[in-house]
Design a protein around this ligand. Structure first.
Ligand code: 5GP
Length: 188
């Protein structure tokens, strides 16, 4: 039997990672998404414990101090981090876990889990990314600008990843991700 995999999906904000991950998990019940902690305020429709654990900066910093995060990073003025216990528990149970995280966190995972499969999702173009970020309509102009600036830095790191996939079209990108993940069979 194959060992459980840790799968890291990274790519700039607005590239469509969230939609890709949701579709991937709907199709493959054997994959488990790690729910991250963040200090960002929740967007309309986001659910505590499903989309994120929404914490204060103080609560987040306590978790860092207590070693409860597998990785964490600051992104556009907020903290984001992966809960160590839930990921380690699932992997120990032989289940494969998906992390949807940014580049700094992905680098930390590479150090602690060198066997993790790391996939980078690219936008078809920077113009498209900017359009997508603005069309979400729930971030301020300043937040969009910060995310775009960060996007340039993240895209420059794409070659650090095992695979790069361009999200021209959801279904095609999804099939490409599936091909990478399931080129070896996962345990159920
Ligand atoms: P958003 O605010 O759009 O939900 O997320 C902003 C960025 O933070 C995205 O690139 C997302 O993938 C990343 N992110 C979400 N959770 C984590 C996490 O636990 N750790 C790290 N390093 N990045 C995360």
């Amino acid at each position: 039997m194959q060992a459980a995999k840790l799968i890291v999906l990274t790519g700039p904000s607005g590239v469509g990672k969230g939609t890709l991950v949701r579709s991937l998990l709907q199709r493959h019940r054997e994959l488990h998404l790690s729910v991250s902690a963040t200090t960002r305020t929740s967007r309309p429709g986001e659910i505590e414990g499903k989309d994120y654990y929404f914490l204060s900066r103080e609560q987040f910093e306590d978790m860092i101090q207590a070693g409860e995060l597998l990785e964490w990073a600051e992104y556009a003025g907020n903290y984001y981090g992966t809960l160590r216990s839930s990921v380690e528990k699932r992997l120990a149970q032989g289940k494969s876990v998906v992390l949807e995280i940014e580049v700094v966190g992905a680098r930390k995972i590479q150090q602690s889990f060198p066997d993790a499969l790391r996939i980078f999702i690219l936008p078809p173009s920077m113009q498209q990314l900017e359009r997508r970020l603005r069309s979400r309509g729930n971030d301020s102009e300043e937040a969009v600008a910060r995310r775009l600036e960060r996007a340039h830095l993240e895209i420059a790191a794409q070659d650090e990843f095992d695979q790069q996939i361009v999200n021209h079209d959801l279904e095609t990108a999804l099939q490409e991700i599936e091909a990478v993940i399931f080129s070896t069979e996962l345990p159920r």
